[in-house]
Design a protein around this ligand. Structure first.
Ligand code: CP
Ligand code: NVA
Length: 308
């Protein structure tokens, strides 16, 4: 069974093939007038379940549109409306769904839910975000970087803020795609040692630098994310804000990085908190390309999972 559970669990050659396939599909589609019927419909007669335990705009819409563009059909399910949210085991849910659908994409609170589902399912399972990672997002981000700046291998990526699930997937990607990674943020919000360790084991440099202005020097890419993720307790909000304020991505920080640096944010954003509108809407920002590229990257991921 070919699941897409995490970037560090997927072979680098497969990841590279997915990025290249996403780019080719994007170029072919965007080169056609709007409304041109797709010639290639590899997911015809395939049903894909999209399960959400938490809210989503981009993941939900981009998967739904992507499946349809490939000729398949979707059903969008809310975890709380399913028996899964009322005591049915994940294993039983996986075995039942596998009798109906050809692939499952799931966004969960706990990574364990994703892993248990994948273990019991007999159809491919895709990680649409957990508390610990967001691999589809970072595949879109790699595609976005390379469209603007060429190969990401050997470049310097700087993460400013909370060392969260999206940061974790960037560290996995650093190891698999071969780029250097610097984290800047308060020590209490460092990425987990396991994620840092994975990247270092692949031979790339991972630095932790508490001074954000020093951290971004010579960066090819500066990335941030919300200061409070969906799995974080609301009670942490005020403390987080005080700790993270020095790590806001604003024009001063982008100036310290230099004009070569791109800016990314997976969205949704809290404008004027983790990043200012001047940066988000400024010349270095590629945030809406990232959002668009979720569609193209995930089409490549789904084709890879199904071998189509
Ligand atoms: N970036 C991202 O995953 O956005 P959604 O939460 O809207 O899906
Ligand atoms: N870190 C954020 C990403 C949202 C797409 C969260 O998990 O809520």
């Amino acid at each position: 069974m070919t699941h897409f559970l995490d970037i560090h669990k997927t072979a680098p050659a497969d990841l590279r093939a997915m990025i290249d396939s996403a780019r080719a599909m994007k170029e072919a589609r965007n080169g056609q007038p709007k409304g041109t019927p797709d010639a290639d419909l590899p997911l015809a007669n395939h049903m894909v379940a999209l399960i959400f335990e938490k809210p989503s705009t981009r993941t939900r819409v981009s998967f739904d549109v992507g499946v349809r563009q490939l000729g398949g059909q979707t059903m969008v399910l809310s975890g709380s409306d399913m028996q899964l949210g009322h005591g049915e085991t994940i294993e039983d849910t996986a075995r039942v769904l596998s009798r109906y659908v050809d692939m499952i994409m799931i966004r969960t609170f706990e990574e364990a839910t994703l892993l248990e589902l994948a273990e019991a399912a007999t159809v491919p399972v895709i990680n649409g975000l957990t508390n610990r990672s967001h691999p589809c997002q970072i595949m879109a981000d790699i595609l976005t970087f390379e469209e603007h700046r060429g190969p990401i291998a050997g470049r310097k990526v700087v993460w400013s803020g909370d060392g969260n699930n999206v940061c974790a997937s960037f560290l996995h990607a650093a190891g698999q795609f071969g780029f250097d990674f610097t984290f800047t943020g308060p020590p209490t919000l460092d990425p987990e040692p396991e994620f840092v360790g994975f990247a270092r084991e692949q031979g790339v440099s991972v630095q932790i630098e508490r001074d954000p202005h020093k951290a971004v020097e010579g960066a090819d890419l500066v990335v941030t994310d919300t200061w409070l993720s969906m799995h974080d307790s609301k009670s942490a909000q005020e403390r987080r804000h005080n700790q993270l304020r020095p790590y806001q991505v604003n024009e001063r920080l982008m100036a310290a990085a230099g004009p070569q640096a791109l800016f990314m944010h997976c969205l949704p954003a809290h404008r004027e908190e983790e990043a200012t509108s001047a940066v988000m809407d400024g010349p270095q920002s590629v945030i809406f390309d990232e959002a668009e590229n979720r569609l193209h990257a995930q089409k490549a991921i789904m084709r890879w999972c199904l071998g189509l």
